[in-house]
Design a protein around this ligand. Structure first.
Ligand SMILES: Nc1ncnc2c1ncn2[C@@H]1O[C@H](COP(=O)(O)OP(=O)(O)OP(=O)(O)O)[C@@H](O)[C@H]1O
Ligand SMILES: [Mg+2]
Length: 240
């Protein structure tokens, strides 16, 4: 069998994304390496979602380049993403996962066991037959995580997976993220929750107005940020 191609590291070299005359991302030079989760933080509109879409290969930079393990390619094999507002298929919980498994090319006779395993992994095994659209927000996020894991990704992008969740649901999602990361999957996650960044991140990428203002190991970012913007953000003051 062919060895699966690797996606890591993902290297952004002076990458920019423009919409007309507006630079949504500018001069992004960044290396996303294997290891503990990389967490993206920054104010609303700073470019976190756009950076994730670039890293997924859903978007091509207007200038500069993004490479996956040295390759420029559009194939999204072994990359998966959970969107900021995931959309549930009008099916049962199990049907949502079965669909993702089919899309990932898993043969029919293997799907039911995989569905069970994935639901167990995200703690939804008791809701197998519930229509997915009737799940709570937290349960929908966990189902979206299970669907993404159905692709057996090497790298998983999460766009604010706990944005509107209460502490218990947030903890449930963070526990899954920890387990997935411990199993060797590279997590790249956007969040507004600084506590979450401290709890989960190996390194922090801080964006302001489309630029990477700081990229540092988590402890260093929080104890001794080197830019005034990061220091302000870490204090909990508004960065505008
Ligand atoms: N296709 C587009 N055309 C024009 N502007 C866009 C487009 N996509 C994104 N933008 C703008 O680019 C900026 C960055 O958006 P992005 O969604 O990446 O930010 P974000 O950091 O994820 O914000 P949030 O924290 O609110 O999710 C925003 O001002 C947004 O309105
Ligand atoms: Mg966003």
């Amino acid at each position: 069998m062919r060895a699966p191609v690797s996606n890591l590291p993902i290297v952004f070299e002076n990458a920019a994304v423009h919409a007309g005359a507006v630079a949504i991302l500018d001069q992004i030079s960044l290396r996303i390496a294997p290891g503990a989760p990389t967490v993206l933080i920054g104010p609303n509109g700073s470019g976190k979602t756009t950076l994730i879409r670039l890293g997924m290969g859903l978007l091509t930079p207007t200038s500069g380049q993004v490479t996956w393990s040295g390759r420029i390619e559009a194939s999204s094999e072994r990359r998966a993403m959970v969107f900021q507002r995931p959309i549930m298929l009008r099916r049962r919980v199990s049907g949502n996962i079965a669909y993702a498994l089919a899309a990932a090319g898993i043969e029919r006779r293997k799907r039911s066991e995989r569905v069970t395993n994935l639901l167990r992994r995200v703690g939804l095994e008791n809701l197998t037959d519930r229509p997915a659209r009737r799940l709570s927000g937290g349960e929908q996020q966990r189902l979206a995580l299970a669907r993404a894991l159905a692709r057996d990704p090497e790298i998983l992008f999460l766009d604010e997976p706990t944005a509107s969740l209460d502490p218990a649901s947030t903890k449930a999602v963070e526990d899954i993220v920890r387990l997935v990361a411990a199993s060797g999957v590279k997590i790249v996650m956007a969040t507004h929750d600084l506590g979450q960044a401290r709890r989960l991140a190996g390194d922090v990428v801080f964006l302001v107005r489309g630029r990477v203002v700081e990229h540092a190991p988590t402890a260093r970012f929080f104890t001794s940020p080197t830019t005034p913007e990061a220091a302000t953000f870490v204090r909990g003051d508004l960065v505008i």
